[in-house]
Design a protein around this ligand. Structure first.
Ligand SMILES: [Fe+2]
Length: 490
């Protein structure tokens, strides 16, 4: 093959770091079935101190994507990697292994909901500029399945490819390829390892095991669509292939156990339409499925880590909409839609006295900080003594939130109503886009929301919007009203 016939047009990525392993990823643009790709790994950004090299085939049957699970690495170490194929070279990627043993601090960046049509992925461009990120958690809605204008704002000319709703394997691949050609996604994947999990839009809106709100019979069998969506996800994400499960644990030494949950395809039963549905409270309705639930509770109970961080997709804490959506008092696609299972997790945290649990959540396109009591009624009676966890929700990278649909006055009014209806809610922002930075130390965890000025032109500026702390042993949030520039953490 002529050297100009193979190229790396979708950058590089790394993910699922362990203390001695990490996945590196790339994708070839090539016109033959099989291409042989060389990779090398070095300890310096100039790729002079190469300590691992190898060759792997990129296959058309995997869309010419390629993953290598590097082994024999040192903990808490930064590595650089590059791919080569028939004269073409990829950019040099940077990645990092997880720490082991005693750890001072872990920094997690948390993102969700990157919709191409809603605007430039500027929060990712800003995040790419940061150093000292141990991992970026993408909590889902990495792509959206809709046709052009199906859900988005096309006025700046960012139009989905293919133009129709994606259903087949080739459709999903084309959509991932489009997202991964953006400068922001390429840069952030080049700079940081990712730990990803799907939410619904990687398959179709409000997906569960047996169907989805946005899947109709004329689009074919749902199980075929799900299989196509899964295959494309595993091809395009730097994720370890593990018996088809995406719920998994990452250990950051003695400081953090990160439990990534799959709240869509592992076991979720069909959502109900209304809290008046006679099945609403049923014990067999589940968001995790029995196998994952048992794994989750066992990991929580057995964890020796100081902090237990949950990579959660949909809001876990109670959230009462009240007058904001009078016809829809709760989000029935979130944990509020599965009350029996939610209560059993809350009861478990309480009776087992599991401390230092932080849910991190995507899905809503808004920022949230909750204290998580056993119930709102318990919180009204006992205050923070009723709390069993806290929850930090990250806003969207780009998907529309309230101000894209209404005025800022209405946004402010709605934020006030959320506080009025939810006394355990300590912070809500319904209008900014950005990401959440969670910095964890033995004695304290600090959540910071960073916001970008806009999405309609490309940019990488950001500003700190809010900082909230939680001390070890407490499940009570400490809000910083005046944000000081330096809080003594890296
Ligand atoms: Fe979303």
């Amino acid at each position: 093959m002529n050297p100009t016939e193979a190229s790396f047009d979708h950058g590089v990525a790394s993910g699922d770091p362990l203390s001695d392993q990490v996945i590196i990823w790339t994708k070839l643009t090539a016109d033959k079935e099989t291409v042989l790709v060389t990779y090398k790994v070095a300890t310096d950004p100039a790729m002079k101190n190469v300590f691992q090299m190898g060759k792997e085939f990129a296959l058309a049957e995997n869309d010419h994507t390629l993953k290598v699970d590097l082994k024999g690495l040192k903990p808490a170490s930064t590595y650089y990697y590059q791919f080569e194929c028939e004269g073409a070279q990829s950019v040099i990627g940077r990645t990092k292994t997880l720490p082991s043993g005693s750890v001072d601090q872990v920094n997690l960046a948390i993102v969700s909901c990157s919709n191409f049509e809603w605007g430039y992925f500027n929060p990712l461009a800003a995040l790419a500029k940061r150093d000292s990120i141990d991992a970026v958690l993408h909590l889902g809605d990495y792509i959206y399945e809709y046709q052009i204008s199906g859900y988005g704002d096309t006025t700046i000319g960012r139009l989905h490819e293919p133009p129709y709703e994606i259903v087949s394997l080739q459709d999903y691949r084309t959509r991932y390829a489009q997202y991964r050609r953006t400068a922001a996604f390429q840069k952030v994947h080049q700079m940081h390892p990712f730990i990803t999990v799907w939410d619904d839009h990687e398959i179709a809106n409000d997906a569960h095991v047996e169907g989805a709100q946005n899947h109709q019979a004329e689009e074919g069998a749902y199980q075929d669509r799900k299989a196509a969506a899964r295959k494309a996800y595993f091809e395009w994400m730097p994720i370890r292939e593990n018996a088809d499960k995406v719920y998994r644990k990452f250990q950051f030494g003695e400081l953090v156990d990160l439990l990534m949950l799959d709240e869509r395809l592992a076991g979720r039963t069909e959502p109900v339409e209304s809290i008046d549905d006679p099945n609403y409270q049923n014990a067999d309705r589940t968001i995790l499925g029995s196998e994952q639930k048992e794994w989750f509770l066992t990991e929580l109970k057995n964890s020796k880590a100081q902090w237990k961080i949950i990579g959660n997709q949909v809001i876990f804490s109670d959230l009462r909409f009240g007058e904001i959506f009078p016809k829809r008092p709760l989000n029935l696609d979130a944990w509020d839609g599965y009350p029996y299972e939610k209560k059993s997790v809350l009861d478990f945290l309480k009776t087992q006295q599991i401390k230092n649990v932080i849910f991190t959540t995507g899905d809503t396109h808004c920022s949230w900080a909750f204290e998580t009591p056993t119930s709102v009624e318990d919180y009204q009676l006992k205050g923070a003594a009723a709390n069993v966890a806290v929850e930090f929700g990250t806003t969207s990278i780009s998907s529309g939130n309230y101000d894209e649909y209404t005025t800022m006055d209405t946004v402010q009014f709605a934020q006030g109503l959320y506080h009025k209806n939810n006394p355990h809610l300590k912070y809500v922002n319904l209008h900014d886009h950005g990401y959440l930075l969670l910095r964890i130390r033995k004695e304290v965890s600090v959540a910071e929301w960073y916001y970008v000025p806009g999405l309609r032109t490309p940019g990488d500026e950001e500003k700190l919007g809010k900082r909230i702390k939680v001390k070890s042993g407490s499940a009570e949030l400490i809000l910083e009203k005046e944000i000081s520039k330096n809080d003594g953490m890296d």
